[in-house]
Design a protein around this ligand. Structure first.
Ligand SMILES: *Cc1c(COP(=O)(O)O)cnc(C)c1O
Length: 439
């Protein structure tokens, strides 16, 4: 498969080249040249396939010829080692639990897949330094996904004091090829520093830099896999039912963009819901046709506090930039913090199911829109509620259990380099990283 830029000003690249490059120079986003169609036989077999098998079939056309079938098979078996169960929360309304991976968020899927691709493609004589700015979940998923890989160093930049304790220990206690840098500044400062590093000609001559944010096709595309898998699991329980709506709690809109590609490949999902918190740029656009990025506002669903969703152009591109075509498939929904808290409490009391603040918006959107659309519904539970322990405990008024994966990090020794919000200092630091050592 070749990839072109949505802005159309650069040459097509292969999968390998697009993964290594991350972002096209014309500031567009890489997009697959064709959307392959999967045969009926695949959908008939789907309810009985295991996750790595689904992944292999779905991703094969996107990675050939840069990965061989044997390589892809190995990667899929390596990445999809944890369950992604479909859990009925109430009649005809399901949670797709994407939080059973090592860092308890759906970002584990893309981060793990990308790390294996990068390892397959990295030149042993030219180690890669993966730079990533995080407000919490991306740093932990990338750090754990890349831990222990040869020829790849990871440097995670995060705002000092700006991430939760549970998030911080997941990328500051790993050691090996993972370094954590606490920047004396905000998340936006961290992102600006990373951007500056990528445009620093001198640094790029001595360091082979790569990015691991959701713009990268190797992080973006594997997210399609669980939409297919979820449909298969749903079909097992409802062989005669046809209408299905999938609600996707969204921030940068990479996850929803992946679901829409899956639909384009033939996956019979009737509708998607673009579910957001008060950062409702996309729901507003769907309603008014006016696309107005804005500074983000803080909410308790903080992984979705995005005012300029960086993957949204992929969605527009997929629908030929036609608003009405998009509106027919994607419905907008948003909720504020009070609604989120209320629904977490209510579902916990009535259904004995604990939502996280992001999944809570997905659940609520289905409650509001599903019956009007005449379908059943699945919402993506994008993170484990214990990742937002303080907010959840404040809602419920009692402590909640922390799963083993997360507990394992607590109490470990943090190793952090404190960095002033100054690019010169970062450049110096990066020049010092080398294969074996931490900073
Ligand atoms: C990253 C994240 C999201 C948003 O996903 P996008 O692909 O950026 O839209 C939603 N929920 C959680 C818990 C996340 O970590």
């Amino acid at each position: 498969m070749n990839y072109y830029s949505t802005n159309g000003h650069v040459q097509e690249l292969s999968f390998k080249e697009a993964v290594l490059k991350g972002l096209p120079q014309d500031k567009g986003l890489f997009f697959p040249k064709e959307i392959p169609q999967l045969p009926d036989s695949f959908f008939e077999a789907l309810p009985d396939l295991l996750l790595p098998q689904v992944a292999f079939q779905v991703l094969k056309p996107f990675v050939q010829p840069d990965l061989t079938e044997a390589q892809l098979q190995q990667i899929c078996e390596d990445v999809f080692t944890f369950p992604i169960p479909l859990v009925e929360v109430e009649q005809g309304l399901y949670a797709l639990e994407l939080f059973h991976g090592p860092t308890c968020a759906f970002k584990d899927v893309g981060a793990r897949f990308m790390s294996r691709c990068l390892q397959a493609f990295a030149d042993p004589d030219k180690p890669v330094t993966v730079l990533v700015a995080t407000s919490g979940d991306t740093g932990s998923a990338v750090a754990n996904g890349f831990l222990g890989l040869e020829n790849i160093d990871v440097v995670v930049l995060y705002p000092q004091g700006g991430v939760s304790e549970i998030q911080e220990v997941q990328f500051t206690t790993l050691g090996q090829n993972i370094s954590a840098v606490a920047v004396e500044g905000t998340f936006d400062d961290c992102q600006a520093l990373v951007k500056q590093a990528f445009s620093d000609g001198e640094l790029n001559q001595v360091k082979n830099l790569s990015s691991a944010n959701s713009i990268n096709v190797a992080r973006w595309l594997p997210q399609m896999v669980y939409y297919f898998y979820a449909w298969g699991q749903w079909k097992l329980r409802h062989p005669d039912q046809t209408g299905l709506t999938v609600s996707v709690p969204s921030g940068n809109f990479g996850n929803l963009a992946a679901g829409l590609v899956a639909r384009q490949m033939g996956l019979p999902i009737s509708y998607f819901i673009a579910a957001t918190n008060r950062n409702k740029i996309v729901p507003d656009y769907l309603e008014t046709g006016d696309y107005q990025p804005a500074p983000s506002v803080a909410t308790i669903a903080n992984a979705m506090d995005v005012g300029a969703p960086n993957n949204f152009p992929r969605i527009q591109h997929l629908f030929g930039n036609k608003l009405d075509a998009l509106q027919q498939v994607v419905k907008g929904f948003w909720a504020d913090d009070d609604q989120i808290k209320e629904i977490i409490q209510r579902v916990y009391e009535e259904r004995d199911y604990l939502l996280d603040p992001h999944g809570a918006i997905g659940f609520l959107s289905l409650k509001k829109l599903m019956s009007g659309l005449g379908t059943q519904g699945i919402f993506l539970e994008t993170a484990h509620p214990a990742k937002f322990k303080n907010s959840i405990e404040a809602v419920l008024g009692h402590e909640i259990a922390v799963p083993e994966q997360l507990q394992a990090f607590l109490g470990r020794q943090k190793q952090v380099t404190i960095l002033p919000n100054d690019y010169k200092e970062l450049a110096l630091l990066l020049k010092q990283t080398h294969k074996e050592g931490t900073l």
